[in-house]
Design a protein around this ligand. Sequence first.
Ligand code: COA
Length: 186
Amino acid sequence: MNPTFETDRLLIRPWQPEQDAAPAFAIYGDPEVMHFIRPPEPSIAAVQQYLETIRTQYAALNNGTGSWAIIDKSIGEIVGGVLLKQLPDNNNNPTQDYEVGWHLRRTAWGQGYATEAGQVALTYGFDQLKLPVIYAVAIPENQASIRVMQRLRMQPGGRVFCYYNEELELYYLNAADFYFHRTSGN
Ligand SMILES: CC(C)(COP(=O)(O)OP(=O)(O)OC[C@H]1O[C@@H](n2cnc3c(N)ncnc32)[C@H](O)[C@@H]1OP(=O)(O)O)[C@@H](O)C(=O)NCCC(=O)NCCS
């Protein structure tokens, strides 16, 4: 069972496919949001099917990884999604490398949601899952996502071609560095 998280501003909870399909379509059905990721979902029904599929997959893995809806509590709306999952290799098999990722609906860009939700996912990955390192990847042109990685104090790992069968910019954060900064408050 995946946990729910809360910050002052956000509720971050597992997707509920039936009730979330329409707001999730504003994210996963938007060609601009999906531009650097994959083709957009064609309909609300397709998004619901997608959310059901990933829910089943994460439940089967049962290793704490998952995909969550990000809700701004002040407006009571889903503004995006955040995930912590195993990176797939070039043949789409899960590796033992874990990635954090974020997707926001267009009207939610530029408000710090990805950084805030990403911080929650990193904290969960280190505190609860005891991961030694967490990665993030983006295609090199996706500067907004790379800026989020940098704001989260992730370190550049260079260009790699070992995940998703694509050349990607890799960032990583070691648990030791995460805890060092948390303790020092810097
Ligand atoms: C990636 C994403 C979550 C970032 O959202 P956000 O936190 O609201 O990011 P912002 O809009 O505040 O931009 C973050 C930074 O990137 C910069 N940026 C934004 N768009 C940019 C662009 N097209 N080119 C270059 N820089 C850009 C911003 O100036 C900001 O920089 P700063 O930290 O120096 O101020 C959001 O753009 C998104 O949902 N994109 C589509 C989904 C996606 O690509 N997810 C990542 C897959 S790897």
